[in-house]
Ligand binder design. Sequence first.
Ligand code: UN1
Length: 428
Amino acid sequence: PWLERVSLLRRAAERFEARKYDLSAACLFEVGKSRMEAVGEVEETIDLIRYYAAEMEKNEGYDRPMQRAFQQEATRCVLRPQGVFAVIAPFNFPVALSVAMTTGALLAGNTVVYKPSPMAGLTGRLLADCFVEAGLPAGALNLVCGGAEVGETLVAHPGVAGVAFTGSHAVGMGIFRRMAERPYAHPVIAEMGGKNPTYVTANADLDTASSGVMRSAFGLSGQKCSAGSTVLVHERVADEFLGALVDKTAKLTVGDPQRADVFVGPVINRAAAERFERVAASVRQQGRFAAGGEMLAGGLYDRGYYAAPSIATDLPPDHDLHKDELFLPFLTVRRFADLGSAIREGNDVPYGLTAGIYTQNEAELQLFLNTAEAGVLYANRASGATTGAWPGIQTFCGWKGSGVTGKGGLGPWYVPQFMREQSHTVMG
Ligand code: UN1
């Protein structure tokens, strides 16, 4: 019964509260997330369980009476579970994204086979423990560990009724197609990355803009689907903005994320470091670096993959680096003369997750809000140009290649996606 599911999940939230620092430490060690972001992620997790539980209650378990055609007819609309959901989670928010998908599936009455990222198996194990300690019935949540092969096995398994996935566009679309090719289509709830533009107009507060851009570009070494990885700045303020941004970037400490003063930790693995090298070579050929541009070396830097927070300028406007999701501490900056055309350029990517603007001008703000093609829009935020959505506050919907359902996480339409509708008409 849904009321029991709600109280079970609320008990799980208490377990996450009790084990907040264990979980934060695990994800700091496995993923290299900074202390602040690691603790923040577990706090977000607790809030999101409570938010989804409250939504379930507010909607009375998604079971509602409908109109009657005849006096003797009782009619209801009920949302019901699908069956077994496979939950396939990424490394970058190993707690929050795993728990969001798992909680959505469980609250909706499904059971779950959960596969954490192979880079975050310990974190995955600890969070599964929290659900078990909350008293989840045996078999409701099952943990399997492994990489792509295990994920593919889950997606191919006839016992799996639906898949919740967060990760790359290529893998997400592969899952979507596979689930559609079965004898009938099965639900896929996928969130698949972004190439999130920020616009800095001639009417922007440049101190706020440079802080927000710096945080969204380099937080978690740019390894967020919400990362602000490309900036379009008005030519009149471009030099001043870039100067402020380079100053703030130079002050960032890159290092051991266990240390409280470290904002930027390592990138996740060798493949990411190699990708960084390829990107850097391409910038050196066709543009230039205003900051960074190299993998760091010496001391601690030789014991992991540490990339310098990097800002590339002077690349051709149609360069792939303005369009590809890179998942690196890497930002491209372009200049513009007209905001409308800049927004068209920023929109001209296969993604549509987040976007940001800095302007004190109402018409510019409205133009952005009316024409930016992304599910999450922010204006004038110093804490992050494109990052930092929070449960119950910012809904998180991927448009275009960033999602497949037209509904997002962290908001009121998330949990119902794990259910299917049934109409009950009973003659009295
Ligand atoms: C992701 O990076 O995969 O809004 C999603 C934010 C985070 C995004 C998490 N809550 O920055």
